[in-house]
Design a protein around this ligand. Sequence first.
Ligand code: 3NM
Length: 203
Amino acid sequence: MMRLDPFYPVVGSVDWVALLVKEGARLIQLRIKERSDEAVLPDIKAALALCRAAGAELVVNDYWRAAIDAGASFLHLGQGDLDGADVPAIRAAGLRLGISTHDHAELGRALSLDPDYVALGPIYPTTLKAMPFAPQGLARIGEWKRLIGSRPLVAIGGISLERAQGCLDAGADVVAMVSDVTRHPDPPARIRDWLAATRHLAT
Ligand code: 3NM
């Protein structure tokens, strides 16, 4: 099974990526919303350069054409993003692929594309985006883990540092979060706390 770092912050700017790599994060998602491929390309390139210099893996959310153009190695697609995505072209470019899932139908669709990881959310209520899905809860993590085979399972949605171990114990391989890091009063300290708490699981 491909190993991924258990601490997976999801951030919306190159500045956040810079802070994360400085503090030692090894797996980072750049999630920029509502820009064109051309507008996002310089940011993807800059984030990629920062991550490569630090030995971290950058996962580009959504912008698959820009990810290919930038020479990225990992892409994350939500279910809506999948509609317009050319998965064979993404694979031909050598990109690994993570896919969001929220119910069994979405999981079936994701598995038909042979993803490199499956994300399940929201585990807990999230304030970050309007969600038509009720919180999944921890039992669902175990169920998903059994259904996805040897692929890594990423848990996302309302996960704080205090809730992380419960998600990992339930079967998640990786915990992803936005606000627990980006809305924390002291993000660098919070990042260090996350890394210390998950170090025993890191490769
Ligand atoms: N995707 P926070 S939940 C970006 O369920 C995202 O697919 C989700 O933010 C999903 O850690 C989510 O602040 C928001 O709750 C995660």
